[in-house]
Write a protein that binds this ligand. Structure first.
Ligand code: URA
Length: 428
């Protein structure tokens, strides 16, 4: 087999076979297929796509390129969640303790953020002492004792994705549905859970800008998961404004803690309940009504909060440090006029948070865990001139550019605006 023949085949939109897809992944990972030919192959996929069967074969070949997690030592069902990435997205921290408190295990391999905001690992590292670089023994012990674990990706999971993503990043081939779907799903399949819930974000600050694109990505990922024997459900959710009240690492952990204590922004609560509900349904052990009841009971009884604390302590974290404010200044950004908030551009809020140090400009940037943005008014809220729209938690007083950015990101209408729905659709 020759890679040039596969490039020509995909260039003419023909369907690739299992052997051809495996030949590409194996040869690329071993360095036998050079980057220039792999780039041409990826670009032919970018232009001509792949059908669901090819995408599933590609995903499986990627999974086979490295180790897979064996969670069979866990008694009961295991689930996993993934978000395609949103601003203020602290759902892994709110959902996992709820699920774990209901006797279902959630073992999560997470990443650091590259781009405007920190990833789940960055957020957790805002907690003093918390360790996310776990040995296999620590990982297994934590999940057995607390029902949940969140760790950095230490095992050699899907090396094909690391190498492919690096090449896609510099060849304009990231934004291809089969390539995104196989990249995400290969990591989820390799992580070993019985069922998977995907939170596909739509709008500003998200990979998918329109509902049609998001629906297509979701249905391809659901089809991959099901074809590889994992129950998979996707939730399409709205990113027309950042999620919840805070964007920034410690601030987001604090917000997760507050939600589990019963104090929350409506959109974060709705999303937390929906993702938790779909995770419970995905096990096959809950109807929709039973799932909602169990979630509400876990929150109201404090079981989810206790699980969160136990999990943080099991990974070495000092829970009280969530409340330690280490930023130097708190500066209000005020509304220039009266009206109703109709949009808060999430990507711009993410960029403002990056400028405060809470995100990374490049992979070597050192993240500031203390800084971030508090969002006081959300879509549909009435504001008067002089009301505080945002509070900046910052180490510098030089914030003019950041506050301008936030004000430009906020659209204020004269007429009343309805609150938008956080959940757009569920794809099964
Ligand atoms: N997230 C991933 O893990 N892979 C992609 O290709 C895009 C987003």
């Amino acid at each position: 087999m020759k890679i040039i023949d596969l490039i020509n085949k995909k260039k003419r939109s023909a369907e690739l076979t299992k052997e051809e897809i495996e030949f590409f992944i194996d040869g690329f990972v071993k360095g036998q297929i050079p980057d220039y030919q792999a780039s041409a192959f990826l670009m032919s996929i970018w232009f001509n796509g792949m059908n669901n069967k090819e995408t599933s074969l590609l995903t499986n070949a990627m999974v086979s390129s490295g180790d897979t997690m064996d969670l069979s030592f866990i008694k009961g069902k295991t689930v996993d969640k993934h978000s395609t990435g949103g601003v203020g997205d602290k759902l892994s921290l709110t959902v996992s303790p709820i699920i774990a408190s209901l006797g279902i295990s959630l073992a999560k391999m997470s990443g650091r953020g590259l781009g405007h905001t920190g990833g789940t690992i960055d957020k957790l590292e805002a907690i003093e002492g918390l360790n996310t670089e776990l040995t296999k023994e620590q990982f297994n012990k934590t999940i057995q004792e607390t029902g949940m674990v969140i760790a950095g990706q230490t095992a050699n999971l899907v090396p094909a994705d690391k190498k492919l993503y690096a090449l896609r990043d510099v060849t304009g081939t990231v934004d291809s549905i089969p390539l995104i779907a196989s990249s995400i799903m290969s990591k989820k399949i390799a992580s070993g859970a019985n069922s998977i819930v995907l939170d596909v974000k739509v709008g500003s600050g998200a990979f998918m800008k329109t509902i049609d694109e998001a629906r297509e990505l979701a249905s391809v990922m659901v089809s991959i998961g099901e074809s590889l024997g994992r129950k998979t459900i996707a939730v399409l959710s709205n990113m027309d404004q950042p999620i919840g009240r805070y964007v920034g690492n410690r601030l987001e952990v604090l917000e997760a803690y507050e939600l589990l204590s019963g104090e929350y922004e409506e959109d974060l609560y709705e999303l937390t309940v929906e993702i938790s509900k779909q995770l419970l349904i995905s096990t096959g052990d809950f109807t929709e009504d039973q799932a909602v009841k169990a979630i509400e009971e876990s929150l109201a009884s404090g079981k989810a909060l206790q699980t969160f604390k136990r999990f943080l302590e099991a990974q070495g974290g000092k829970v009280d440090s969530i409340f330690n404010e280490k930023h130097k200044f708190k500066i209000a950004v005020k509304s220039p006029r009266d009206g109703y908030i109709s949009k808060i551009d999430s990507e711009e809020v993410g960029m403002a948070s990056l400028m405060l140090g809470a995100g990374r400009e490049n992979k070597d940037s050192v993240i500031n865990h203390a800084t971030g943005v508090e969002i006081h008014k959300k879509i549909g809220n009435k504001v008067s001139a002089g009301d505080t729209l945002f509070t900046l938690y910052t180490d510098t007083e030089n914030i003019n550019e950041i506050s301008d950015r936030l004000l430009n990101a906020t659209v204020i209408n004269e007429e009343r605006v309805e609150k938008t729905n956080s959940i757009l659709e569920v794809v099964k």
